[in-house]
Design a protein around this ligand. Structure first.
Ligand code: CMP
Length: 139
């Protein structure tokens, strides 16, 4: 099934200058990139994006990290895009990620793990809306 997923290149990957390598891998994997923008999130925007983790012990450091620098936010389309992108990323903890996955190659900790991807169809829809839904202009 053709799906869309939200992918993020996190601040650690931008600082390491591997954004180009990650984009190249996305193209080699035959995803269609149908959205791409660079943003520097505020702490509040990062908290909103990760609201599902608000009770976790890592919520505060994670949202500090995600608002610490530029990130690249992508919409990827393709056959089974959600699971395909998760396979390309590898396990959340880079130390556990399979060889050749992005997190194994570029991640340095469970927090600074280089990339994000939606974990299911409903999350993908919600996450894409979070960054790409047209905001109604306030009058
Ligand atoms: P991500 O795919 O962006 O989704 C939630 C993030 O929380 C995850 O990647 C990790 O970076 C982070 N995370 C998950 N578990 C932990 C943890 N135990 N400690 C710190 N960060 C975590």
């Amino acid at each position: 099934m053709v799906e869309k997923t939200l992918a993020i290149i996190k601040p650690d990957a931008i600082k390491k200058k591997v954004m180009g390598k990650i984009l190249q891998r996305i193209e080699e994997e035959e995803f269609l990139i149908s959205g791409l923008k660079m943003l520097h999130l505020t702490k509040e925007e990062a908290q909103g994006f990760y609201i599902v983790h608000k009770d976790k012990h890592f919520y505060d450091p994670l949202t500090d990290f995600m608002s610490s620098g530029e990130i690249v936010i992508l919409v990827l389309e393709g056959e089974d895009a959600i699971s395909h992108w998760r396979k390309v990323m590898g396990a959340t903890d880079p130390a556990m990620a399979e060889s050749g996955t992005l997190r194994q190659m570029f991640g340095s900790s469970v927090e600074q793990n280089s990339v994000h991807g939606s974990d299911g169809p409903e999350t993908a829809e919600w996450e894409i809306d979070y960054f790409y839904k047209e905001k109604k202009e306030e009058e």
